[in-house]
Design a protein around this ligand. Sequence first.
Ligand SMILES: Nc1ncnc2c1ncn2[C@@H]1O[C@H](COP(=O)(O)OP(=O)(O)OP(=O)(O)O)[C@@H](O)[C@H]1O
Ligand SMILES: Cc1cn([C@H]2C[C@H](O)[C@@H](COP(=O)(O)O)O2)c(=O)[nH]c1=O
Length: 567
Amino acid sequence: MFIDFEGIDGSGKTTLSNLLAARLSRLGYKVAHAREGGELRSPIARRIRELTRDSTLLEMGPRTEFFLNLARDAQQLEEVIIPSLARGEVCISDRYLYSQLALTGGGRGLSPGSLAAPCELASQGVWPDLVILVDVEPELARLRKRLGKSQSGRAADSDSRKGLAGAGLAVRMRESFREMARKDPSRWIVIENNDVPLHVLEQQLVDAVVTRLQGRKSAPPPPLAPRAAAPVPRTLDEVEEHFLRALDEVETREPQLAVWLLGGLPGFAAHQRRLSSVERFPGLTVRSLIGLEDEPAWALRELLAEVVPRDVAASLGVSHAPQAMALRRRLCTEAPAEVLSGLKFNDSAEAWSLREWALREGHLSNVLCGLAGLEDDTAWGLRELGVSRGLYADVARGLAGLTSERADSLRQTLLGHARLAVLRSTDGLDTPFARRLRGALENKARKVVLRSLTGLDTAEAWALRERGAPLTKEALDSVDGMDDSRAWRLREAFVRRWPCTVVSSLRGLPLTERVETLVLHALELTGSRLPVLHKAYGLVATAHAATLPRERLMPRTQDGDPAQPTL
Ligand SMILES: Nc1ncnc2c1ncn2[C@@H]1O[C@H](COP(=O)(O)OP(=O)(O)OP(=O)(O)O)[C@@H](O)[C@H]1O
Ligand SMILES: Cc1cn([C@H]2C[C@H](O)[C@@H](COP(=O)(O)O)O2)c(=O)[nH]c1=O
């Protein structure tokens, strides 16, 4: 029997397909996983995968990508799947040709009819007996994926061609997968992976598969009790209560995700939750302090500095506060990368003394990344050294914030080596070079181009946003905190398509009636689902923190004294 798992990135295919393989083996079935632990079995398929992910190959067209992906699947089929099926095994695959139909048809917009014949050729007529669509809200998939990356120490923005089109691609692919499942219900099973514990999903899956393996006419998978629709807040004042209730539920299923969702949230409620998670997840808890500079945040960082130094250093972001600099001096040996990247836009003598120390210790590439915003001779000398040593991407990262001709001329030099890093270095800048580069890469790296518009109020920026908004949410990310009428028009026009991003783009604005109406509308449209509720709470908590006196932010003991975090 051939079983294929499909779904968007981060939907849980690898997790669930591995769990199924292990359970079936324990039940005595002979099982082969064609991509155990996420690694394709065929070495040739792995090589092709590397090619499709290479972020230097921005010119790769959708047809080339399609044929490469078909080649990868054809090779897996020939080398792994067909031999396994011939041995009478249950063969499990984590993606097959359906992924290519969803990517190239739904995602990239090529006519689905034209893709059928090449897929048929690649398949040799072998199609799965059962396809399991792991369906998930794209925003939740992204949150889980980022959490997973943070926990495994992988960089959140590590470059890959994947994702460069923007998050809208996953939304379109999801629609395409759902459509395929709807049209072929005897082959496809849909497993919803939003708010059901993994062990429940695993059991549901095992039951459905064993039913088929025993030759029983497969009933549709046992439906889970339908989730009661969450009540929707009626005012912004009710958002906190709704969010905290939802967070309690997440905590029972995915405790790490519950901590991750506290990221950057100011205020008493979030701090209280950090205190209760700090013992179990000290690193994640302290990372959730990013952007916070209140007393409880400093106290927690102090407490954890020796326990999770890298996480504490990362939680400082690019803060220039004296407490941040004192912690960086303490942590530089254990966490050089985090400390040095936190020195962006920091021209103080203290920052330079940390950089000098780091150079003596051989951390040139980390120093280069932290030079953003600095134009003095020493910074330029280091950049020249970086170029001479081939550290192109690090030099490019350290050009962020610079608008001089000299900066643009270096960007031009670096373009042949590190295009995406150069593009990112133009974030928020309106220079002739930045405009040219955005024009050249708009259709090749739409996400990065749109993100680079953050805060820009130019005709070029608005035109790019208008063109990008129907395709992907990052067009809305770049209007974060803007009160401009064009920003409002975009938000109101796209709230149905990108509700989460529309809500988060309001963060930093005062809670006016217009803000309230739009946020409540987004919550209504989405049935107050967690990702939108999370963003809504972010903006409410931020607005309240900006108006409350500092001491009100301190968690208090029952006697009214400031609570001290303890381990
Ligand atoms: N129900 C769940 N509860 C908790 N964590 C989950 C759940 N489903 C998925 N995850 C987590 O989400 C992340 C993504 O899952 P996974 O790697 O299995 O997805 P995937 O579909 O294989 O993604 P990709 O296609 O990008 O490889 C992992 O860190 C996984 O542990
Ligand atoms: C570029 C891109 C691809 N996909 C899909 C389509 C492909 O089959 C797979 C390849 O990725 P994997 O990590 O080897 O599973 O992913 C996608 O979902 N999003 C993209 O941007």
